[in-house]
Design a protein. Structure first.
Length: 122
């Protein structure tokens, strides 16, 4: 499997990632590191207690990491949560809606990590 094929499978934007990281070698290095990055796990933990500060901070960090890697779907999902809990913003979602979005993030994360693991095995 090529890196471009991986990006297609995990709803990523290969071209965006190459614009940011400039070299496929760096993309490969950083996409592999994602399986060990705990930012999504921290977001999921923060969601269990609906901790607004932790939800904002972890979602904001996840948005950046995923955005730099061209993982546009995950980055967009994280952005929704970050904006919901950004200090000074009025909440627009109910806790139930936030929980649904977190479940979508969990599912997309699993799809992404499963794809990366298949890529590593190829």
């Amino acid at each position: 499997m090529t890196l471009r094929e991986l990006y297609t499978q995990i709803d990523g934007d290969y071209d965006q990632a190459i614009r940011v990281l400039r070299m496929e070698k760096l993309m490969d290095k950083h996409i592999r590191k994602l399986t060990k990055n705990s930012v999504v796990d921290k977001l999921l933990e923060a969601a269990e207690g609906m901790d607004p500060v932790q939800l904002f901070e972890t979602a904001h960090a996840m948005k950046g990491v995923c955005g730099n890697l061209g993982l546009v779907r995950l980055s967009g999902m994280a952005s929704d949560i970050a904006e919901e809990f950004r200090p000074g913003n009025q909440r627009k979602m109910t806790d139930e809606e936030v929980s649904r979005k977190i479940a979508e993030i969990r599912a997309q994360q699993k799809k992404t990590l499963d794809g990366i693991r298949r890529y590593e095995e190829a």
